[in-house]
Design a binder for this molecule. Structure first.
Ligand code: 1CP
Length: 351
């Protein structure tokens, strides 16, 4: 494989010294970019973009051609896994994800398919290989998965949810059924990330978007414990380099110390957590990624630049900071403002 021309992200995730703070944006390929909307129209729908390696590669590279980003992230979705386990993912226009089958009983859990990485999920690995080859060492490629808890919310609720009534009902009344599902998911997700790493992903992120909806005890038992199991099962070195792991629990700021003991190299922070205090709390154990409020991108260029400077100063001197938004970029953001953000990180952090 070709050498990496920009390894700033990988170094920062491992708390090694860097010349500037690397930056990428969660959901950097997506609906706010007109070129993404054009590719999606060409492909037909969202899943067709994901299933076709050339399309997935095309949209992965789109934000890199616009902005000086320090990483590419695989274009795919966390819901590829429940889809491959037999639930039949689909998107209705204007609505979130939906499943043909949902999981509500021990029998439903029992009858889930264990997907093979070179079969049901092979399209994802093809996308990883195609993107790596097209990137040609420009920046590292990040692979990803949803956490078992977050995937289970979609599988049990049947789509997006605000109150998580079905999964929480199961958690409180039939925890053994939920544990059976989470255990299966942890095994599949470990395989899935390892297959992405073998196919060329140079860092991986676990998105625990809904872990923050739990109380502390439940977070540790139903979300964190499974992420820890996954982290311990991952291939940590490939192509002669360490493969850093990022754990991101949205709204998980109060559990950073617990998250830092999973064995992850870095923790993702949303904007509700103070990055300066977060750094004091985790010390030299892990790097931190984040944590600008994505809504700042609706503000003026001057205000965006001020906020970037504020976060860099709050974090303090390197090492160990990867700049990012605290959650995915919104679809209504003006792409030029995203550019102001990315360029400001480089400008203000460069030595
Ligand atoms: O074009 C479209 O209409 C589809 C919109 C879209 C996109 C662009 C979806 C449907 N997924 C994606 C891509 C995606 N999803 C990426 C691509 C890589 C990149 O970051 O550029 C990633 C990493 C994800 C991960 C993802 N999907 C998460 C975790 C991160 C997060 O934002 O919290 C979650 C929760 C999903 C589920 C999902 N997929 C799509 C939607 C609309 C949703 C969210 C539904 C909800 O809010 O419950």
């Amino acid at each position: 494989m070709t050498g990496l021309k920009n390894d700033t992200l990988l170094k920062a995730l491992l708390r090694e010294p860097v010349d500037y703070t690397p930056v990428w944006m969660m959901r950097q390929a997506g609906r706010y970019l007109p070129e993404y909307r054009a590719s999606r129209a060409k492909a037909g729908d969202f899943m067709s973009l994901c299933r076709n390696a050339d399309f997935a590669c095309e949209v992965t590279l789109q934000p890199l051609d616009r902005y000086p980003l320090d990483a590419a992230i695989l274009f795919s979705d966390i819901l590829t896994v429940p889809d491959a386990m037999g639930l039949g993912l689909y998107f209705e226009t204007g609505e979130g994800p939906k499943f043909k089958k949902i999981v509500r009983t021990a029998d439903d859990v029992e009858s889930l398919i264990t997907p093979k990485m070179d079969d049901e999920l092979n399209y994802v690995m093809n996308a990883v290989r195609t993107i790596r080859s097209e990137l040609n060492g420009r920046v590292p490629l990040i692979g990803f998965t949803g956490s078992p808890w977050t995937l289970a919310t979609y599988m049990i609720e049947g789509g997006s949810s605000k109150d998580f009534r079905h999964i929480k009902g199961m958690m409180f009344d039939q925890p053994q059924v939920l544990h059976a599902l989470l255990g299966k998911l942890a095994d599949v997700v470990t395989d899935y990330l390892n297959a992405q790493i073998k196919s060329g992903a140079q860092a991986v992120q676990i998105f625990d978007t809904w872990g923050g909806a739990l109380g502390g005890r439940e977070y540790r038992e139903f979300s964190l414990a499974y992420m820890e199991k996954i982290v311990r099962g991952l291939i940590r070195e490939n192509e002669g380099r360490r493969v850093p792991v990022i754990v991101f629990t949205k709204n998980g700021g109060q559990w950073l110390e617990d998250m830092a003991s999973t064995g992850a190299d870095a923790l993702g922070l949303d904007w509700t957590t103070d990055i300066k205090q977060a750094r004091e709390r985790v010390g030299s154990k892990v790097a931190l990624q984040g944590n600008m409020d994505p809504c700042i991108l609706y503000a003026s260029p001057a205000r965006i630049r001020e906020e970037v400077k504020r976060i860099l100063e709050d974090f303090g001197p390197n090492p160990g900071h990867v700049f990012n938004l605290g959650h995915g970029i919104h679809q209504f953001v003006d792409p030029e403002r995203a550019g102001v953000f990315v360029e400001a990180v480089r400008e203000f952090s460069q030595k």
